[in-house]
Design a protein around this ligand. Structure first.
Ligand code: DI6
Ligand code: FE
Length: 401
């Protein structure tokens, strides 16, 4: 059988759900043609391939390319000074209420051109890519006006053109209240629903719609309107839910068949039960938990017992998670949230793909899927979770190259 590239003498963590655990194949082979996996499995069962190129992996491990399913990579400015204020005792809410926080990033983002936003995001994207990321979700949400949200989403899409990486773009207009709507939050929600979502849907600029359901964000009633507008325009939804308090956002997300409910530190039993009866993925963000010094851990044991899919993401953003390392995310998920190695690796591959509704195309090493691979200089998969501040990536393959 003809193929473009053949990787031989590798160990595979396929994450194939039909196999046990990580779906490990010792003495594996991967064959790719036209950017897709033709075969991934045991060398013993492999058909005879005529490969244009053969790469000997010398026993290295191959996982699916990593997927970061929740980031806010596109923004301008930085918030290092706020970090200093927080170290001196100010809380995240206090800073937000004093006009800092998200709104300070909004000002810088509005002042930046699309090209400047791309240039500002590239070092963050490159840091993810350097750790084997082949697909990244990128939210808008720091423009908060029609033009600035469109600019941000265009920058997100453009990042997928200037780098060899898959980009899922998410419209997060309901992220924060821009100051010009301070006295009339519902009028801002009306703008999001009646102007922004239709314009963004018409331009094909977003793959999903997200919101920040929180005391310092938007109420469940306001988010409901956003979700209804998204549904009217054929866009799937996801939600920042139960990060700082429990507003039963996850229950509402499930009602709208959301792709994911994210954060979930304050998720209660009713929220877990609702998610268990849905396809909605629990996307956990240990970087934000760590950086905000949150003490309430998401109900991992309950989510696990209920069989809820769990994904992991960096939540890369300037305020609560200035993090661009999926490897560190896995370590934090294991150490802070007590997730297993298997859950951590599935969380940045298969379950992350599920959270972006891309599991049919990515997230596991299976024939027919995109040939997005991460090749690692490790002796066992647990090393990817165990070490801190160390990057054993040997090579990254995107679409077979
Ligand atoms: N939740 C978060 O943790 C970030 N956004 C959100 O909805 C914070 C964003 C920021 O502070 O800039
Ligand atoms: Fe976020």
């Amino acid at each position: 059988m003809q193929c473009d590239t053949l990787w031989i003498t590798c160990r595979l963590a396929t994450l194939d759900p039909a196999l046990e655990g990580l779906g490990i194949v010792e003495n594996g082979v991967i064959a790719a043609r036209d950017g897709r996996i033709l075969y991934a499995g045991s060398a013993d069962d492999a058909p005879a391939f005529q490969a244009a190129r053969t790469i000997d992996c010398e026993g290295r491990w191959i996982t699916p390319g990593l997927i970061d399913p929740h980031t806010h990579l596109v923004f301008a400015g930085d918030r290092a000074h706020e970090f200093e204020l927080r170290l001196a005792g100010a809380s995240y809410e206090e800073i937000a209420r004093a006009g800092g926080g998200i709104v300070s990033t909004m000002r810088a983002t509005r002042a930046a051109s699309e090209e400047e936003l791309i240039q500002a995001a590239l070092p963050r994207l490159d840091a993810l890519i350097a750790e084997g990321v082949t697909t990244v979700e990128i939210k808008s949400g720091y423009g908060l006006s029609l033009d600035d949200e469109i600019k941000s989403l265009r920058a997100a899409r453009a990042l997928g053109e200037v780098r060899r990486v898959g980009v899922s773009a998410t419209f997060l207009g309901a992220h924060a209240l821009p100051p010009e709507y301070r006295d009339d939050p519902d009028a801002y929600i009306a703008l999001v629903c009646e102007k922004m979502i239709p314009a963004i849907a018409a331009r094909g600029l977003a793959d999903a719609v997200d919101g920040f359901c929180e005391g310092i964000g938007f109420s469940p009633a306001q988010i409901r309107r956003v979700f209804e507008a998204a549904r009217d325009h054929g866009l799937p939804v996801k939600l920042h839910a139960e990060q700082l308090s429990n507003l039963s956002g996850a229950v509402m997300a499930v009602e709208f068949d959301a792709l994911s409910a994210d954060h979930l530190e304050h998720l209660d039993a009713a929220g877990v039960a609702a998610m268990a009866a849905s396809r909605t993925v629990a996307t956990l963000l240990p970087g934000a938990y760590y950086f905000t010094r949150e003490t309430k851990v998401p109900p991992i044991a309950a989510l696990r017992a209920a069989g809820v899919s769990m994904a992991l993401a960096t939540d890369c953003n300037p305020g609560t998670s200035p993090l661009t390392s999926p490897l560190l995310v896995m370590n934090m998920a294991a150490t802070l949230f007590r997730m297993t190695v298997e859950e951590c690796l599935a969380g940045v591959t298969r379950e992350a793909a599920r959270a972006l509704d891309l599991l049919h195309d990515r997230g596991t090493l299976e024939a027919g899927k995109a040939c997005d691979l991460a090749i690692w200089d490790i002796e066992r998969p647990a090393e990817l979770v165990y070490r801190m501040g160390f990057n054993p990536l040997h090579a990254r393959v995107w679409r077979g190259q």
